[in-house]
Design a protein around this ligand. Structure first.
Ligand SMILES: NC(=O)c1ccc[n+]([C@@H]2O[C@H](COP(=O)([O-])OP(=O)(O)OC[C@H]3O[C@@H](n4cnc5c(N)ncnc54)[C@H](OP(=O)(O)O)[C@@H]3O)[C@@H](O)[C@H]2O)c1
Length: 331
């Protein structure tokens, strides 16, 4: 049964394409003319089609004849260079792909890639969040807002159009086949390149991209229509994350913890300097406020129970991520 994967040139998309092909499926990969295809294999069961989530006719053509649709395409960036672009692409892309599914007909299910950014962060590291949580920050960054609002739009359009849609909410995705790199893999890359002088009191859930790709396929096969499934891994404080990464890579973890007021003060200086030099700030006040003393800790119990989703241990995820960046150095 063939499947369409949008965002197939991306980190999650290319891993998903690889797993589908490995399982003997036929795949149609939607990419842009400008996309880097280095992570897509040359395979007899892989068809490449060109399109853009802003270009609805290209999506209708891509969806036609495809019973299964994985919609991963979105702008995953924390950059503030093009204000509005992350949100607009998420909202337009969601509307256009679901309208295309409605127009084309014949689609049995859409698996929609959301994020734990739409689930939120907790002040209490002993109480991980689950699918009943929705981000409630009063002033979220653009990416968080984009994931929150676009996932809500996806569920509501699916109900309106009568589309069988299952959302998946990956946590911090790490691992191979990432050429940009994504902001998630950049945490590892920055550490390996010695660019992390200090750490903050925060934490997140890190997960292997291979587990996230298989979580997408399991959601297609077994997910309940209209539901969302968190695809997370081990919850880990940042200090412990760097400690494990240090042991694996042989690099020294940062020894200085930045207290929240200092982190916010430094971010304000970075923003001021970036305003003068017209460059990207190293950190923003908004980001420091939203992550310091808060935790992106989640439970994947629902995906475990209903999808048989079983992420690998963090140590394994980090080992293969380090190996990938050692073999494929990015600057
Ligand atoms: N990585 C994570 O930690 C993480 C965690 C949770 C959720 N997610 C979500 O997972 C999805 C995939 O992200 P990723 O990590 O794989 O990021 P990525 O590597 O940056 O991939 C994004 C993909 O979307 C495509 N895309 C962007 N704008 C497009 C447009 N206008 N038309 C068509 N395609 C477009 C990109 O194409 P080009 O190659 O041409 O740029 C690329 O293939 C996103 O929805 C992201 O929000 C990611």
């Amino acid at each position: 049964m063939p499947a369409l994967v949008t965002g197939a040139s991306g980190h999650i998309g290319s891993n998903l394409v690889k797993q589908l092909l490995d399982q003997g499926e036929k795949v149609r990969a939607l990419i842009r003319k400008s996309s880097n295809t280095a992570c897509l294999p040359d395979h007899k069961n892989l068809e490449i089609v060109y399109g853009d989530v802003y270009d609805r006719p290209s999506l209708v053509a891509a969806v036609t004849g495809m019973p299964f649709v994985y919609h991963t395409a979105a702008v995953y960036s924390l950059s503030r260079k093009n204000p509005g672009q992350i949100l607009e692409t998420a909202m337009q892309g969601t509307r256009n792909i679901l309208e295309a599914v409605k127009v084309a007909g014949g689609v049995k299910r859409v698996v929609y890639t959301s994020s734990v950014a739409a689930v939120g962060m907790t002040d209490d590291p002993t109480r991980p969040l689950d699918e009943s949580n929705w981000t409630a920050d009063s002033d979220p960054d653009e990416y968080t807002r984009a994931k929150l609002e676009s996932e809500k739009l996806a569920h509501s359009l699916a109900r309106e159009f009568g589309i069988d849609l299952v959302a998946v909410n990956p946590a911090l995705v790490l691992g191979a086949l990432d050429l940009k790199p994504t902001p998630s893999n950049k945490v590892v890359l920055d550490f390996l390149q010695g660019k992390v002088p200090a750490y903050l009191e925060t934490g997140f859930s890190a997960v292997s991209v291979e587990d996230v790709a298989s979580g997408h396929i399991l959601a297609m096969q077994k997910g309940r229509s209209g539901e969302r499934y968190i695809l997370s891994g081990e919850n880990v404080k940042l200090v412990d994350f760097f400690e494990i990464l240090g042991k694996i890579s042989g690099k020294k973890p940062p020894g200085i913890k930045l207290p929240r007021p200092l982190a916010i003060g430094m971010a304000a200086m970075f923003e001021f300097a970036a305003g003068i030099t017209k460059s990207e700030p190293l950190a923003t006040v908004q980001a420091m406020k939203s992550i310091t003393n808060r935790y992106g800790f989640y439970s994947f119990a629902r995906a475990g129970k209903e999808l048989s989703y079983k992420p690998r241990p963090l140590d394994q995820t980090l080992r293969s991520t380090v190996e990938w960046f050692e073999k494929n150095p990015l600057t």
